[in-house]
Design a protein around this ligand. Structure first.
Ligand SMILES: *C/C=C(C)/C=C/C=C(C)/C=C/C1=C(C)CCCC1(C)C
Length: 244
C-alpha cells in the first residue's frame, strides 16, 4: 500500500467523535508541513541563523515522527501513548532550550546556560513521566516537583541570566526572546492542565477533559509557534544586514 492509501484508510478508521484520534492525525500533518517549511527556507538566511532554523525544523520533524506512531497507537489500542509522548518531549523540549542559547549567542551566551535549561527541562519531564505512568497514585507530588522545575525555567528566561543577555543583544533578538518567553509561560502552561486532566489528584474536576487533546493542542501551538518566532527573527535580522 502506498502512503496515500494508508493515510486515506487511516482517516476512514477515525470515528467522527474521536477527537483524540482526529488531533493526532491533524497534528501529524501539521508537524510534517512545518518541518518541510523550515527545512526548505533554511538556505535563504544568513549563515549564523541557519542552525536556529535547522533546530526549528528538527523539533517539528521529531514530533511528526512521534505523532505518526502515537496516531497509530491510539487507533490500535484506544489508549494514551504515554511512552511515545514523553520520548518525543524529552528530545524536543531540550532542543527548545538550545534555541534560547542559539539566539542569545550573539550577546555572548555560554554553554552553561544551555545545559542549565536542558537539565531543568529533563527533570521536569522525567518527574512528569513518573507521575503519569509509574507512580500514578502519587501523581500530585511528582506533578509538583515537575512544576517547580518548570518555574525554574520560567524564572531563568524571564528574569535570570537569559533575560540579561537578551537585553544586551537588543533589537530583533530581544523581541524574539520576549515572544519565546511568552510561549514558555502561557503555551507550556497548557501541559500541566493536560496532566491534571489525566491523573488522579485534588484537581479531579478536570477529569472530564481529554489529556491527549490538551497535549496535542499544546504541541501544535508550542512547537510550530516557537519555530515561527525563530523564523521571523531570521527574516528580520537578515533583512537588516542586507540593508546595512
Ligand atoms: C513540544 C513539547 C513541549 C513544549 C512540552 C512541554 C511540556 C511541559 C512544559 C510539561 C510540563 C509538566 C508540568 C509543568 C507538571 C506536570 C507534568 C508535566 C510534565 C505535564
Amino acid at each position: 500500500m502506498n502512503l496515500l492509501t494508508t493515510i486515506v484508510s487511516e482517516a476512514q478508521q477515525i470515528a467522527t467523535d474521536d477527537y483524540v484520534g482526529f488531533t493526532f492525525f491533524v497534528g501529524c500533518m501539521a508537524m510534517m508541513a512545518a518541518s518541510a517549511f523550515f527545512f526548505l527556507s533554511m538556505n535563504s538566511f544568513d549563515r549564523k541563523w541557519r542552525t536556529s532554523i535547522l533546530v526549528s525544523g528538527l523539533i517539528t520533524f521529531i514530533a511528526a515522527v512521534h505523532y505518526w506512531y502515537m496516531r497509530d497507537y491510539w487507533g490500535s489500542f484506544g489508549e494514551s501513548p504515554t511512552f511515545f509522548r514523553y520520548v518525543d518531549w524529552v528530545l524536543t523540549v531540550p532542543l527548545m532550550c538550545v534555541e534560547f542559547y542559539l539566539i542569545l549567542k550573539v550577546a555572548g551566551a555560554k554553554k552553561s546556560l544551555m545545559w542549565k535549561l536542558i537539565l531543568l527541562s529533563v527533570v521536569m519531564l522525567v518527574t512528569g513521566y513518573l507521575g503519569e505512568a509509574v507512580y500514578r497514585e502519587q501523581a500530585q507530588i511528582w506533578g509538583l516537583i515537575s512544576g517547580i522545575a518548570y518555574f525554574a525555567i520560567v524564572y531563568e528566561i524571564w528574569l535570570g541570566s537569559a533575560k540579561k543577555l537578551a537585553v544586551k543583544a537588543g533589537g530583533a533578538v530581544l523581541q524574539a526572546h520576549k515572544m519565546l518567553c511568552w510561549f514558555v509561560l502561557v503555551g507550556w502552561a497548557i501541559y500541566p492542565l493536560g496532566y491534571m486532566a489525566g491523573t488522579p489528584g485534588w484537581y479531579d474536576g478536570l477529569n472530564g477533559l481529554s489529556m491527549d487533546v490538551i497535549y496535542n493542542i499544546g504541541d501544535a501551538i508550542n512547537k510550530i509557534g516557537f519555530g515561527l518566532v525563530v523564523y521571523n527573527l531570521a527574516v528580520n535580522a537578515t533583512a537588516n544586514t542586507s540593508e546595512a
